[in-house]
Design a protein around this ligand. Sequence first.
Ligand SMILES: NC(=O)c1ccc[n+]([C@@H]2O[C@H](COP(=O)([O-])OP(=O)(O)OC[C@H]3O[C@@H](n4cnc5c(N)ncnc54)[C@H](O)[C@@H]3O)[C@@H](O)[C@H]2O)c1
Length: 375
Amino acid sequence: MTARPAIGIVGLGTMGLGIAQVYAQAGFPVIATDAHQPARDSALARLGDTLQSRVTAGRLTEADRDATLARLTVAGDLAELAPCQLIIEAIVEKLEAKQALFAALEPLIAPDAILATNTSSLPIHAIADGLKHPDRTLALHFFNPPPAMKLVELAPHAGTSPTTIARAQQWTEAAGKTVILCPDRPGFIVNRCARPYYGEALALLSEGRSAAEIDAAMTAAGYKLGPFALIDLIGADINLAATEGMHAAMRQHPRYLPFPALKAQVASGNLGRKTGKGFVFLDPPASPPADAAAIALRIEATLVNEAHWLLAEGGTTPEGIDTAMRLGLNFPRGPFEALAKYGRPAILAELARLRAVAPDALKPRYDPAPGLETK
Ligand SMILES: NC(=O)c1ccc[n+]([C@@H]2O[C@H](COP(=O)([O-])OP(=O)(O)OC[C@H]3O[C@@H](n4cnc5c(N)ncnc54)[C@H](O)[C@@H]3O)[C@@H](O)[C@H]2O)c1
């Protein structure tokens, strides 16, 4: 069995406490802290409640619940994280805060202890910048809720050492996760390669199709949730923020355009499940339209293309992208599996068709990625 060193967690909010649970349940001692005293004081009780509901559901024994709780130590300050060999931060999503935290931790921990960030959107090289040992820094990007979501994206920056990558991967796999290596690029794999699922659906909506029929076309194609049901689940405001972040990070490329229909939805306040109304939330599902297969081809062609743009940037593989999309979004197939399903000529023909009919400003959305065209 893999040795189980102490894991440090900083930030005991939604993600930090969930990540603490992942490692503690797998037998790792966990030392966790938070800048906010109420978050520290309530952490054990919050984890206890989560574990108790698993016991009640018959998914965890009382002995395992008690052993997991006994493995979590809540620390009053960062110095108590000194014995940890892997420290994961899940604090506020601000570059300066993450840089300051890692700079404060560095002199307290072993020279080879790993500093991992759970950032969703910040560049890893920027977080590592200024550290004495930047080679020990990488991202371990968990998905929400961490105990339920199998995928972890591991993103090193250009200076991360191979030993750091190997150890972080080994321990996180020992905690039961599927770890996929990905580049230090905006959105890593899942948040980037998912953009066309929403974006192309919003393009169809702005052309006059209804959200319900677009969703029905995608569920008929095997997707558990259509694009609008997924936006309703995530929250239109969160989806818009992620799209705008990607649009800015990718120099306003129209592939990441925040469509006016999404902005209008946010402005209306109908954000999805959390407000009780969204694009389709609580509406009865529609029947797939007559051209459902054409809608699915259009959306999947843009998913295939985005995956090839990412692949061309290096640091990942077709298999890695497919696995990440299946596990991170519950997609029935990854983009390279979709390519195999339709065949390269059909995908390229669909992109060419979309480019021909798109308004000038949107034509570059459909430029085929170099690797897609030349194979
Ligand atoms: N929520 C998600 O779905 C999700 C998914 C993946 C990644 N993330 C990322 O995980 C991180 C945490 O997100 P969250 O949703 O758990 O946030 P959260 O607001 O639920 O929790 C953040 C916690 O960090 C604490 N904190 C803030 N600044 C701190 C500091 N300087 N030192 C110590 N503690 C500090 C806060 O008191 C709070 O308890 C962010 O970087 C976020 O982008 C979030």
